[in-house]
Design a protein around this ligand. Sequence first.
Ligand code: PEP
Ligand code: MG
Length: 734
Amino acid sequence: MARADSVENTLGEVVRLVANEMVAEVCSIYLLRAGEVLELFATQGLNPSAVHRTRLRVGEGLVGDIAAHARPLALDDAQSHPQFAYRPETGEEIYHSLAGVPIVRAGRSLGVLVVQNRTRRQYDEEEIETLQTIAMVLAELIAAGHFVSPNEVQQVDGLGLLPLRVDGVQLTPGVAIGRAVLHEPRIAIQKVVAEDVGQELARFESAAHGVREDIDRMLEAHDMQSGEQREILETFRMFIDDRGWLERVREAISSGLTAEASVQRAFDDVRTRLGQSTDPYIRERLSDLQDLTNRLLLRLTGRAIVDPESLPEDMIVIARDMGPAELLDYDRTRLRGLVLEEGSAQSHVAIVARALDIPVVGRASDVLARIEPGDPIVVDGDNAQVLVRPAEDVLQSILDAIDARIQRRRKYAALRDLPPTTRDQVRISLNMNAGLLIDMQHLVEVGADGVGLYRTEIPFMVRSEFPDVDAQTWLYARVLDLADGRPVVFRTLDVGGDKVLPYVGTFGDDNPAMGWRAIRIGLDRPAMLRRQLRALVQAAGGRPLSVMFPMIADVGELQSARRLLDLELERASRRGQPIPERLRVGVMFEVPALAWQLDSLLRQVDFLSIGTNDLLQFLYAADRGNSRVASRYDSLSPALLRLLHFVVEKARPAGVDLAVCGEMAGRPVEALALLAIGVRALSMSPGAIGPVKAMIRSLDLGEATSFMRAALSQPDRPMRETLRLFAADHAIEI
Ligand code: PEP
Ligand code: MG
């Protein structure tokens, strides 16, 4: 009883004060209870009898919406909002405007704080910030079990202990088993209001200084394996010196908050403004800022960043999102996998994880709320899923799968030094696709002939500004050094579409894959393309160089791009710089229109590389990134194969080399079909080289070619099944 009374008193006092301060007729507090229910705990202005009676599910009504998305809402006409849910017992029908903020702690909504007014009032940013500050204090009290029993706080979000499968997206492949480490640092801000502003400012400056030093140490200590990782950390370090952000924190301190509350506030402000953005660059900046905020809070509250000894030997780290530096904080020898509620394949943390060779599943909804520290977890990057507390038999089958994978890897490793030659002695050129320096180490590991596609845009995407010619020259020269004489095909920038470069800007294409991207940007911004071509020529420094232009749709585009390359070659020779010993120029065949320009095109290129990822999406008008339509059209459809066959037949007499570098090339059955229609060079992700080589070495290409000729001349039939049967009959390893 005493406890209940004191709860009523505290919350009652808070709502009265807030209503007064905000000149609002209503102020209410809803708290989350077990079962994802938001219960009205205190109100000034609504019917008092509604307290503990009015309940909304998370996601229901405006209050539920605020909790579900953990974001503030300010509406001058709340009742006309589609989410508005009327609760007659509250008597709220007379109030028009509403502003609410989530009561959030460690990324979870624990409740909602709301004010309402009769008039159609516009709440300004400052008022929302005030509400957020109060919500922050409430969050700490809730977490300490002041209002809802600590047990219940633990159980909110419907935490269960049953096995669970959470689907996400693959950020990096592979499978790992381990025990969960929840990354949320859950830093409790004990004190929100400062007593001595000067002292708080000094505490903040000293913490910022400490974080700066930490990052510098990290830059030194982690023998950065590649330029990109180093760059990521350097970009990250720039944040702590960002004037605007530092000023925001200092202003908050001057307004009377403690240093830690001010740091949190500065972050919350940015998140409120940008949190809904789907722009990958902004999302990336946000997670960098979150990383920085956590670091500062840890310093300010005097807690160790991670106590490595307390962590399991086989860690699966679970986080909402994280910055690259945070991942590097974990002991690499114990880190097995990573699960993120957010994240994209291009995010900095994914790039670092790829370099560390750990599987990552991203966009795994609400995992933080559903996993307990220490839970057994399987991160299955290959199937884009996370298994939480898997049952024994499931675990066993995963262990079997991991084992089989290890065996397969061994088998492929044994093939490494054997040539990709068919049983009837046709040598196939097997190459790998790359995009980061770290990928280059696989070249020797998997025994590829060379790099058939170097996606130059990937290093551009992790930077905060356009790399200058020197930086690009350094990078490309490194790639050539690491290739150690094996050929590398550099594709010029293929950005635009979904590959956003922050410093180039987006142009709101409705249909980005068909929008302003790749060579179209390069030709409209010739200075940018020339800088890249200059860097490539300089990087080659007399060595052979292959340059490939992406998304060519018209021969004229190739000619314009080629002219820019010639200008760079002239420039180099004018300056007495070495020019490539052998220059090969090619285009990606991704746009179907090229099929009807082949006679002219083939006279002007040394090679063609078929990008089946884009070609298939344009051929079938099916967005490759949209799972509803992407898999609707089979890459083994007679239509695609006939088109490819047509291109092969044209390229051969023209003496133009032809390769396939889309994902299709890396799948054994598809690769079999490609070889059977006359393709002799393939380029794929490094992991696919082993399986494709095994297929090639078990294949009689003569037989496969005759089989395919007959199959393609038949009326349309499902080629995949036909090929599988053929492979089974002829003991071809697919
Ligand atoms: C392709 O389109 O097939 C290709 C290899 O290019 P990307 O996947 O980079 O668009
Ligand atoms: Mg493409």
